[in-house]
Design a binder for this molecule. Structure first.
Ligand SMILES: Nc1ncnc2c1ncn2[C@@H]1O[C@H](COP(=O)(O)OP(=O)(O)O)[C@@H](O)[C@H]1O
Ligand SMILES: [Mg+2]
Length: 246
């Protein structure tokens, strides 16, 4: 079953400081994602990886193309590239999760509540949501002393793990991860990979940007290679040799 069907996706930016020059972020990208699949997106810096994820999550409005999201069996298909904001917001609260590389700072909210928040918003009782949050923080080796502290004071790696735990907490159907392990040292990266491998339900579809070949080999089923905003290849992970670009 196809979970997501990306067709002719384009994103151009009007950059006013450059005399209204247009910068191409994505140049007509097409691929399918299967239900339950872990698809890794790789490519050189500036190749359009983050733009792709932001178009899927609708942080960016795509300039052209479509993103058919098939969702649950009995639900209607949605075009994530063009559906209304209300539909986007409904899916974000429930079906689709996203984590950027950096934690959006939430002042004066303890880490455990940052992670628990999406669950509470979905209706999970606060204490049950906090229990789940602690489980995830523990699995990611965030020291217990930090669980009730404010992430504003955390290191980059600690914030990134809070960020990842928050994205995993609601167990979304479609999870979009933008370099979720880039700030981690080898040991905590290992914990994050273990958690990605064990905590995701069989039905969870993941599109994740990674620059570390070892991580791609450990978690991905297939690999999308972007080059200068265009799709260079879609490969089974066994055929991916870590070479990105030329
Ligand atoms: N908000 C933006 N405004 C202008 N240009 C952007 C914006 N976001 C991305 N770009 C440009 O789009 C291209 C792809 O960027 P990005 O998607 O961030 O690549 P990657 O994540 O692979 O490093 C780059 O040339 C980048 O400068
Ligand atoms: Mg990026």
């Amino acid at each position: 079953m196809t979970a997501l069907s990306v067709e002719g996706l384009e994103k151009t930016f009007d950059v006013h400081v450059l005399d209204d020059t247009q910068v191409v972020g994505l140049d007509g990208v097409s691929f399918d994602v299967r239900e339950g699949e872990f698809l890794a997106v790789v490519g050189e810096s500036g190749s359009g990886k983050s733009s792709l994820l932001k178009c899927l999550y609708r942080t960016y409005d795509p300039t052209a193309g479509s993103v058919r999201y098939y969702g649950a069996e009995d639900e209607e298909t949605v075009d994530l590239a063009s559906c209304g904001d209300r539909t986007v917001m409904g899916l974000r609260g429930d079906a689709i999760g996203y984590t950027s590389q950096f934690l959006d700072e939430i002042p004066r909210v303890p880490a455990v509540d940052v992670v628990a928040r999406p669950l509470v918003e979905q209706g999970t009782p606060t204490e049950a949501a906090r229990d789940r949050a602690r489980e995830l923080l523990d699995a990611l080796s965030v020291p217990e002393a930090l669980w009730d502290a404010y992430p504003a004071t955390f290191s980059g790696g600690e914030r990134q793990r809070v960020n990842l735990a928050q994205a995993l907490a609601p167990d979304p159907d479609l999870l979009l991860l933008d370099e979720p392990t880039s700030a981690l040292d080898p040991e905590t990266r290992r914990d994050a990979i273990d958690l990605l491998e064990t905590s995701l339900g069989d039905g969870t579809t993941v599109v994740g940007v990674f620059h570390d070949t070892d991580v791609v080999a450990a978690v991905a089923d297939r690999v999308v290679v972007l080059d200068d905003g265009a799709l260079e290849a879609v490969l089974p992970v066994e055929a991916f040799d870590g070479e990105v670009g030329r």
